[in-house]
Design a protein around this ligand. Structure first.
Ligand code: SF4
Ligand code: SF4
Length: 216
């Protein structure tokens, strides 16, 4: 899931300085799941902005903001409502969702969140970065564990040699992910495959902006 973090409220207030009528758009997919930008947080931010003297003219969500471009009836009516009532949008959707809103309204759009990473949810209360969308996935050869996102050096041909007692030399609070990969490969009977040298990663596949075109 795309993981987002709500910006400090004072920073949000600063970004809205000079505007009067604010429409807050939450996202009920990733942002809500992270509890940092769904409707619940949108109402909390609205209350704070009202206390600071802003007029919040709407707090709504199209559901998934990153699919806004489908422009179904409910999305169209939300965009129309924004155009008719607000002079600025505060979006709590991820970077993609916020840009889609900006493409569809003729007024400024500010973000109230920072988009962090593609993460795995743990115990319903925290998220860990598991993928950086590198465009050249290698995890079939690493026991289903990503060394690109989960090794601070993104090493794809084994560990750097700096690990101490299985802990990463960059952050001792983390396991050396190559230790985990070796354990996993042993568990699934593929340890020998780690002897195979992996070709250098093709970073041309992660040059921005990328596009995925669906086939008919
Ligand atoms: S190898 Fe690349 S695409 Fe695959 S999980 Fe890791 S970062 Fe994501
Ligand atoms: S100790 Fe392991 S996880 Fe940490 S940087 Fe080195 S190889 Fe990567």
């Amino acid at each position: 899931m795309v993981t987002v973090k709500l910006k400090p409220l004072e920073e949000i207030v600063d970004s809205l300085s000079g505007f009067e009528k604010i429409f807050i758009v939450g996202c009920q997919l990733g942002s809500a799941r992270c509890r940092n930008g769904g409707l619940r947080e949108a109402y909390r931010v609205a209350g704070y902005l009202e206390l600071k003297g802003f007029k919040v003219v709407g707090v709504k969500s199209p559901g998934g903001t990153c699919v806004l471009d489908r422009l179904d009836y409910s999305a169209r009516s939300l965009l129309n409502e924004i155009k008719e009532t607000a002079d600025v949008v505060l979006s709590l959707a991820c970077g993609a969702g916020t840009q889609l809103i900006a493409e569809n309204v003729p007024i400024p759009v500010k973000t109230g969140v920072t988009t962090l990473f593609i993460g795995a949810e743990r115990e319903g209360r925290y998220f860990e970065e598991y993928c950086i969308a590198c465009g050249d996935c290698v995890i079939s050869d690493t026991g289903g564990i990503c060394p690109v996102a989960r090794c601070p050096k993104s090493l794809v041909n084994g560990p750097c040699g700096g690990a101490i007692a299985g802990k990463c030399e960059v952050d001792p609070n983390l396991p050396c992910i190559w230790f985990k990969i070796a354990q996993r490969m042993e568990q699934i009977g593929e340890l020998e495959k780690l002897r195979k040298r992996v070709p250098p990663k093709d970073y041309s596949l992660s040059v921005y902006p990328r596009k995925l075109v669906l086939e008919e």
